[in-house]
Design a binder for this molecule. Structure first.
Ligand code: ZN
Length: 189
């Protein structure tokens, strides 16, 4: 029962991020059997671990689905400075903007703030004799990393994220994708 409430809340949080237009499309949709599918991409949903194993690379599966940790200093995103958006590599959920990324020196890509409240889930993690807060993707519940309270202003938080579970899209590419999607439904001529 607790899980069900959690899923419902998560679903609401996810749907809350989309515009009215997209919401309308969702409501008109006849596919109501999958509460976690995205309003904009029905192919993205929560899969079983067996299914994830087939579609994800071994590195992504290990971190995202088995709560693994990539070796520090190995992510191409650790010192990456491009302007754009970081997405969940498993489901495509938008997670962080590049302007909230900072050099923490901890060995993993670090951000001080997620892109929206619903983009991330927080869970207590008492493994390895430590009291930490795990962060998971708000949409597919894949393990991303941990959040610590030693980050810079304005939040004072440090989201320490495994780069292997991140996908990056440059600002101009993201803008073009967005504009293309907006242009599709209505043909003005
Ligand atoms: Zn995800």
């Amino acid at each position: 029962m607790k899980n069900l409430i959690f899923i419902i809340l998560t679903t609401f949080a996810t749907y809350g991020c989309y515009s009215q237009t997209e919401k309308k499309i969702t409501m008109d949709s006849t596919k109501k059997d999958n509460p976690v599918s995205s309003p904009t991409d029905s192919t993205r949903a929560i899969l079983t671990d067996e299914e994830y194993k087939k579609v994800l690379s071994p590195e992504v599966f290990y971190v995202a689905r088995q709560k693994g940790t990539e070796r520090p200093g190995t992510s191409k995103f650790e010192n990456f400075k491009e302007i754009g958006t970081y997405y969940c590599a498993v489901c495509g959920n938008a997670l962080f903007k590049s302007d909230t990324k900072f050099d923490s020196g901890c060995g993993w890509p670090s951000f001080y703030e997620p892109i929206s409240k619903g983009s991330i889930i927080y869970l207590p993690d008492n493994s390895h004799g430590m009291n930490r807060t795990e962060v998971e993707c708000g949409k597919c519940k894949s393990h991303l990393g941990h959040v610590f309270e030693d980050g810079p202003p304005p939040t004072g938080l440090r989201y320490c994220i495994n780069g292997v579970v991140l996908d990056f899209e440059k600002a101009k590419v993201a803008e073009k994708t967005y504009n293309d999607q907006q242009a599709k439904p209505t043909d003005k001529h």
